[in-house]
Design a protein around this ligand. Structure first.
Ligand SMILES: [Ca+2]
Ligand SMILES: [Ca+2]
Length: 478
């Protein structure tokens, strides 16, 4: 930061030209702490692991104990779903284990530990070389939070919701007590929450449910984050490229690209044409900062990726394919705990089953993990894959259902990524001029991903590509 400033000053640019916060090159691992690892049975009040709607006992101590696991996978950052103090009561027979029913935005829920435990955890995370992304709720309190009765004036009155022309913003989300950000005291409190966690060493915020929060407030919040160097990632459920682009222009560093998640699920898991994915990637030029956009296969709000196949082995095979494919794309990959072993599960709360670690894995789950680890390592080892520009190649129409090709380029290094959605191994011979690809003749090149039988060669103006069924590969291009 200081160096950037000095360089800017030297160039006479002034501090306003300081670099924007960036996560390009990072790989985020998403953790739901209650469902990750129990490091302290002493804080397990009300825990019932047989009930998916109850607390399960995972905590900050457990997460800290498992940082080596996250490092071993190769992730460089951890995103925690909210760890705030939650409402004590259940709502709809569900406990607040997920963290989205806050009662105190400046405290840690006792199920997760204490503020002191959080500070220790931040030190450990940074000591392990990982960045920390904290989930921030700015739209609502929990249904049963004491503040709802103590300070009813903080919340949007029912009449405002009825009269509103922006019902998404001014009406309660799932009936949750909706904060009125038009009030200066509410705004100041929310700015203060961000400052509170920033001061404890958090590197980035994931802002929950931004579709339901007024834009003028969000913009001011984001301006403060940017000023402080905090990277921001917004969750606009179902966002497509246009929504992500709009919000990057409005001050978010990143949003989750839900349209790509839906396309990857339909194509790579569901067996639909890869042209669905291509049609999302074709819009990449609309994004002001494509390298920052968060890319994911699943999360805690959608059914598990592997659940897209009825059969466990197919779910695992297609998850291996999708994890490799994800690591070839421009953006910031986010891996939800358990996706690296193709955990199954339907909609909430079934997509929040307890994480299982090495000792309880089947050989097939271990194989998925090794593919994930290998693909992450290959991405990190390649500047082109981590931070390169991305160009979608024009695949001949006869192959568009089963083949997707793109190049990534950085500092003169180029990588060709190939996704093959066919059921069996196939060799493609494609005319370079048709693909719009300029490359010199070269010898056979193996994939950058370890343990994969994929080959690329170029001869006589043709690209020859050989890939196993449902697999994605990445080749260094000369
Ligand atoms: Ca515990
Ligand atoms: Ca709202």
């Amino acid at each position: 930061m200081r160096r950037t400033f000095l360089l800017a000053a030297f160039l006479g640019l002034g501090s306003a030209q300081a670099a924007l916060p960036t996560f390009e090159g990072q790989i985020i691992y998403q953790v739901m702490p209650d469902r990750f690892f129990d490091g302290n049975p002493g804080n397990n009040a009300g825990v019932d692991r047989a009930n998916l709607r109850a607390w399960h006992g995972g905590d900050l101590a457990g997460l800290q104990a498992k940082l080596p696991y996250i490092q071993n996978l190769g992730a460089t950052a951890v995103w925690l779903t909210p760890i705030y103090r939650q409402q004590a009561a259940n709502s709809f027979d569900t406990a607040a284990y997920h963290g989205y029913w806050p009662a105190d935005f400046r405290d840690v829920d006792p199920h997760f530990g204490t503020l002191a435990d959080f500070d220790t955890f931040v030190k450990a995370t940074h000591g392990a070389g990982l960045k920390l992304v904290l989930d921030q709720v700015v739209n609502h309190y929990g249904y049963e939070a004491p503040a709802v009765k103590a300070n009813p004036e903080w919340f949007t009155p029912p009449a405002s919701c009825e009269a509103s022309t922006s019902k998404d913003v001014d009406c309660p989300l799932a009936g949750l007590p909706d904060l009125d950000q038009n009030r200066p005291d509410v705004r100041e409190a929310l700015f203060g929450h961000a400052a509170f966690w920033r001061a404890r060493g958090v590197d980035a915020f994931r802002y929950d449910a931004i579709k339901h929060v007024p834009s003028p407030f969000l913009k001011e919040l984001l301006a403060r984050d940017r000023q402080a160097g905090t990277w921001t990632l917004g969750e606009w459920y179902d966002a497509d490229t246009g929504t992500v682009a709009d919000w990057q222009k409005a001050g978010f560093d990143s949003l989750f690209l839900f349209s790509l998640q839906a396309a990857m699920k339909a194509s790579l898991m569901g067996g639909q044409s890869l042209s669905r994915v291509a049609s999302v990637l074709e819009r990449g030029a609309e994004l002001p900062r494509p390298g920052e956009v968060a890319l994911f296969l699943d999360n805690h709000d959608v059914p598990r990726f592997a659940q897209g196949s009825l059969f466990e082995d197919e779910g695992q095979a297609r998850t291996r394919y999708a994890l490799r494919a994800l690591m070839t794309l421009r953006g910031v990959p986010v891996i939800y705990q358990g996706t690296e072993i193709a955990m199954r599960g339907g909609p909430d709360p079934d997509n929040r089953r307890d994480m299982r670690f090495e000792a309880s894995w089947t050989p097939a789950e271990r194989a998925v993990f090794e593919v994930a680890r290998g693909a992450v390592a290959a991405r990190k080892a390649s500047p082109a894959l981590s931070r390169g520009t991305q160009t979608l190649l024009t695949v001949p129409e006869t192959h568009q259902d089963n083949l997707l090709l793109l190049t990534r380029e950085k500092d003169g290094q180029r990588v060709l990524a190939a996704w093959h959605g066919g059921k069996t191994r196939q060799t493609y011979s494609l005319k370079l001029s048709t693909l719009g690809l300029k490359t010199g003749a070269q010898a056979v090149s193996p994939s950058l991903f370890a343990g994969q039988n994929a080959k690329l060669s170029v001869s006589g103006g043709y690209l020859h590509l050989s890939l196993d069924g449902r697999d994605a590969a990445a080749f260094a291009l000369k």
